[in-house]
Design a binder for this molecule. Sequence first.
Ligand code: HSE
Length: 436
Amino acid sequence: MKEIKIGLLGFGTIGAGVVKLLHENRSLIAEKTGALISLKSIADLDITTDRGVNVEGIALTRNADEILTDPEISVVIELIGGYEPARSFALKAIAHGKHLVTANKALLAVHGEEIYAAAKANGVEVLFEAAVGGGIPVLSAIKGNMAANRFSTVLGIVNGTCNYILTRMTQEGADFTEVLKSAQALGYAEADPTFDIEGVDTAHKLCLLLSLCFGTKVDLKDIYCEGITSVSSEDVDFAKSFGYRIKLLAIGKRDGDRIEARVHPTMIPTDYPLADVHGVFNAIRLTGDFLGPVMFYGRGAGMDATASAVIGDVVDLARNLGAGISRRCAPLGYLDEKVGALAIKPIGEIVSKYYIRFQALDRPGVLARIAGALGASGISIASMVQSARSASETVPIVIMTHEARESDVRRALSEIDAFEVIRDKSNFIRIEDNLE
Ligand code: HSE
């Protein structure tokens, strides 16, 4: 039987999952591919800590070059994360004619173009299923069986850490910081958890989804990005009372020659399947012109699920190598020369319904002033709630709007926030309740 030797860069949580999966399912994979996948070496700065997996027969090294230049190794799995040294290692592996499998969404969102070009020049593949949605095979499906469709929208809950935090805030009224600590302990969070909670990890993943769905390059800086740190337990409770749940969504929409590309907390109706995606689970909902809506759901982070996607890519490569073919499909699913550069709509131009929460003194005429300022900016109110008078003298006033242009909402809010009766800055959350 043909043997395919692979090298692993980065022996963290997912790396340990890869070792475990190959140890347990290597013969099963051989039955499916006709190839024996052998993990020859692992490179990491720490090669002494026990990861709780069997490393017998695998060489451990602190020197990545031993893998990158090893002529026996045909596939390099990069699980270091971040930009450097991951970028340099990936380029070196490619330059040495090795296929690259990576879970590194940050790397591809920022340096993807350079890496794909290098892979093309060297006739090797770059596969990255694990970069979006952990174990969910959504990228393969977009490039493969759904390729006959034009996509109009892609909406995703693609950060397990944020979804875990928001779920526990919703279900238990849990404290943000405590829940974040437990997400880190469970191995869901990025090395720098601000990437999770500030929405950056979600933006990295949206960047890849947009490229695959719409065949476009995306500059990460053009994606509007808001994390979950401004979501309060009060907002979570108000959302419930209006029949919504708050999720951090990655949103991509095609609008003629432009696309919407945004990441922010979003209220969605509780009867949407997306609203029932809890904890570390992720979901990606796409709409294709022939397929209609489709939703992928599964574990979006964690050792085992992510290892499943990483090795799924290796299985793909093993089959190609077995058949003597390579680069059957370009990294983004479009011919490289057909990948365009669609413009991204500025956030001020999007149209949405809004939840707005003000903290105001409970005095006669306050509501009329707020409603007047919203009306003057062309914003129509759909419903309104004011809580009972509290000891603190201020009360939350919540307004749900009809569809409005974001620049109008922002202008009205800066005017209202300057009223002497308004305490604290207002908070608003976009609503997505009209999915095709
Ligand atoms: N930190 C990421 C998450 C890991 O929480 O979803 C998977 O990319």
